[in-house]
Design a protein around this ligand. Structure first.
Ligand SMILES: *Cc1c(COP(=O)(O)O)cnc(C)c1O
Length: 353
């Protein structure tokens, strides 16, 4: 019963097989091998953007921070949702790699910003005044940190508001595959067709051993990104092994099948919560992350049964009964059902006692 994170899942056998196939003979380093070049072209084609610049890195933090560095100068303002990974979970990497740009949180229910809330925050900047940071970028996360999903239209509305103020738009797609299967949108519809300039296209949360692709739709940014990636220590010399993972993951649409399964397991978990006494969901479940409350006795029973998940608090005033539950490509229906049975059993015990 493993719901701690989707990065806890193993690597799919097809990806391991692709790695094994790449483990043959010599290959040029630093991305100059045939497989790395082919994978970059394949990702560009997937986004229907043959001119896009594509770079592989090993972590989402590097993808986000280096992509944002290409959009924001040191004196720039980067707007993000108040709960964004870039804001809370990257140890200041976006600030560090931009050379000091200021992250400005935008509030919003269920992990989503509205254009109005973004406008409100952006209009407070002292634009054109030397004393204030200057508008630079908006970063949007899809799947959001609350487990909800933006539609391409919602992304487009935010991007239009950012563009109107001369800002670049970045998409943190650590779980882009989950967002795509949830909405039925194509990678192009969810990104450049909606006004996104740069994407962190996540692989790790969807089964890879550790690869994220940065996609820059303005090829004029390619050289800058290449230098930034090297300087950050993210230009892998044995690059073919990053590329091989991506190749095995894209083959036959595996990446979408894995995400579809993760989302289906979350939907099963969400549906089951309806029959957990005292169970409640904090946000709509639209992809593969759930935030749920259940009684303390059910937490104790779940922990005693060996279930892995993070307790969750939304801050002061929180009831203290929250949990974050994440499903992955490897989550089984049996795991979900066993977990729900433990919760129901504990809650039944309360009712009886
Ligand atoms: C996991 C995650 C990342 C990347 O995290 P790393 O641990 O640096 O790979 C980025 N954004 C979001 C929303 C995430 O959930």
């Amino acid at each position: 019963m493993f719901f701690a994170s989707d990065n806890g899942a193993p690597v799919p056998p097809a990806v391991m097989a692709a790695l094994a196939r790449a483990n043959e003979g010599p290959a040029m380093g630093y991305g100059n091998d045939a497989l790395s070049l082919a994978v970059a072209a394949r990702i560009a084609a997937l986004f229907e953007a043959p001119d896009a610049a594509v770079f592989l890195v090993a972590t989402g933090t590097a993808a986000n921070a280096l992509a944002l560095a290409c959009l924001a100068p040191p004196w720039g303002a980067v707007f993000c949702h108040a709960g964004a990974h870039a804001m809370h979970d990257e140890c200041g990497a976006p600030e560090f790699f931009t050379g000091g740009a200021k992250l400005i949180p935008v509030p919003g229910d269920h992990g989503r910003m509205t254009p109005t809330a973004f406008e409100d925050a952006a209009s407070r900047l002292w634009t054109g005044v030397v004393h204030g940071v200057q508008p630079a970028a908006l970063t949007v996360t899809n799947v959001t940190e609350a487990g909800t999903v933006y539609t391409p239209d919602q992304i487009a509305a935010l991007a239009a508001a950012a563009k109107a103020r001369g800002m670049g738009v970045h998409l943190d797609g650590a779980r882009l595959a989950n967002a795509l299967v949830a909405t039925g949108a194509t990678p192009a519809e969810m990104t450049w067709k909606a006004g996104v300039d740069a994407v962190s296209f996540g692989g790790t949360k969807d089964g890879l051993m550790g690869v994220e692709a940065v996609v820059l739709f303005d090829p004029g940014k390619a050289w800058e990104f290449a230098l930034r990636r090297k300087r950050a220590g993210h230009l892998f010399s044995k690059h073919r092994f990053l590329a091989a993972q991506v190749a095995g993951w894209l083959d036959g649409g595996l990446w979408l099948d894995l995400a579809r399964h993760a989302n289906a397991m979350a939907a099963r978990l969400a549906a089951g919560f309806a029959s957990v006494p005292g169970g409640r969901l904090r946000h709509p479940v639209e992809a593969n992350i759930l935030f749920a409350d259940f009684p303390a006795a059910a937490h104790a029973a779940a922990q005693a049964a060996g279930a892995a998940y993070y307790p969750w608090s939304d801050g002061p005033g929180d009831a203290g009964t929250g949990a974050r539950l994440v499903t992955s490509w490897a989550t089984t229906a049996a795991e979900v059902d066993a977990f729900l049975a433990v919760l129901r059993g504990a809650a039944g015990g309360i009712a009886a006692g």
